[in-house]
Ligand binder design. Structure first.
Ligand SMILES: [Zn+2]
Length: 198
């Protein structure tokens, strides 16, 4: 896996072992996926329970590499550990199906947009942000849902550019990743809504 080796060299923070050696036999497929590809930062998450060197790897993948390259690297490592069929099983287990989404919609639940490939929107150009939003929007519309809110992947510091695109796409609000007890009192910025701690 030449691409993975090249990126591995960038990840010198994990020391002389490769990421593969570090995680093999220590992670189930879903916890590996959750740690590296999801925005799991709350206490008790895979991220908080992971060893510090793996948290540093996640930080570099999220902040130090272009979004697609980081994802490709993780999928290369996952393929080495779990195989292609294993990856399919992990994805089927972790993601909601189209039919389940329809059941939720029919039960009156609101389904929001979370972008197409789950990048940090603040790392993208205006055109790239728009593509992320409208691709996911089109999928949701194809199952009968018209999303009006969006949850920003990984939260992070929002920029006016991100909010402008969301507004241009017709969204009425956006949910950030930060938590606060002081929410929903009518003073919030609709495009920077905080979460209630669980
Ligand atoms: Zn997410």
């Amino acid at each position: 896996m030449p691409r993975a080796i090249a990126i591995q060299q960038l990840l010198f923070c994990i020391g002389p072992v490769t990421l593969l050696e570090l995680v093999k036999d220590r992670f189930s497929g879903d916890s590996f996926y959750s740690l590296f590809l999801q925005d799991n930062f709350p206490i008790g998450s895979c991220y908080c329970n992971a060893p510090p060197e793996l948290r540093r790897v996640k930080t570099i993948l999220n902040y130090g590499l272009p979004h697609k390259l980081g994802d490709e690297f993780i999928f290369d490592v996952m393929e080495d550990i779990f195989g292609r069929d294993g990856i399919k099983d992990i994805i089927n287990k972790m993601f909601i199906s189209r039919s389940c989404l329809k059941i939720m919609l029919n039960a009156g639940m609101e389904i929001g947009n979370h972008t197409h490939t789950h990048p940090f929107l603040t790392h993208l150009s205006k055109a790239e942000i728009k593509e992320e939003v409208i691709t996911a929007d089109s999928f949701l519309k194809s199952i009968g849902c018209t999303p009006v809110t969006l949850c920003y992947p990984f939260g992070g510091k929002l920029t006016p550019q991100v909010i402008d695109v969301i507004k241009d796409c017709g969204y009425l609000g956006g949910c950030n990743f930060q938590y606060s007890d002081d929410v929903n009192f009518g003073k919030e910025n609709d495009y920077n809504l905080l979460r209630i701690p669980g």
